[in-house]
Design a protein. Structure first.
Length: 206
């Protein structure tokens, strides 16, 4: 049951993010926060998927759907790890090199519009650093400048297609997990309420 709830939490986040993101794309700080949450949710899916591989022997279609977008999921998780879940100092150093404007606008960083640009420039840096050992881009075929419309649209297409694929995967996983749960667990029962009355909360370490 826990895995089903986890799948539905991730899926509901992604559905709402997609609904909002298709309307606003990247235009202000609110949309940046939405993008960051999208990357967190996709990274959560990537980690969650590893725990679900045990069922792939009986559900090959599920693994196929995930593997079709594996590179995109890993790319999204990379951005999340370097820029969202953590803000790597090495990333910021490279961003300052890539966009000297970061130096010159420091006195205006209380302005949300300026901070929107900071986020865009650091996001660009993260995207451009996803390269192999030879410096070749692993997803896109050139450096990304999000102010340049074709590059911007390329990134928007990437994020929306990745979210849609994740939702498709989670829809199928949801159905598989739901039917695997015993009806007793899903039906109201006095024993569940008795168990609740004895709940003792402890610090969750991991």
């Amino acid at each position: 049951m826990e895995k089903l709830i986890k799948a539905r939490l991730i899926k509901s986040d992604l559905i709402e993010i997609l609904n909002q993101f298709e309307r606003c794309s990247l235009k202000n700080m609110s949309s940046i926060i939405l993008l960051k949450q999208a990357l967190i949710s996709i990274a959560n899916l990537v980690d969650f998927e590893r725990t679900m591989r045990v069922i792939y022997s009986e559900h090959r279609n599920l693994s196929s759907i995930f593997n079709e977008m594996y590179d995109e999921y890993e790319f999204a998780k990379y951005i999340r790890n370097k820029f969202v879940g953590h803000i790597k100092i090495d990333l910021l150093t490279k961003a300052i090199e890539w966009k000297p404007e970061l130096r010159y606008l420091l006195h205006k960083t209380n302005d949300p519009e300026v901070m929107f640009l900071y986020n865009i420039w650091i996001l660009e840096t993260t995207i451009n650093s996803f390269v192999d050992s030879n410096g070749k881009h692993r997803i896109f075929n050139s450096d990304t400048d999000l102010i340049y419309p074709p590059d911007y649209q390329r990134f928007i297409n990437f994020i929306t297609e990745t979210i849609k694929s994740a939702i498709e995967y989670l829809n199928i996983l949801d159905a598989i997990l739901y039917i695997s749960i015993d009806e007793y667990e899903k039906t109201e029962n006095i024993e569940h309420w008795l168990l609740a009355s004895h709940t003792i909360f402890k610090y969750i370490k991991k």
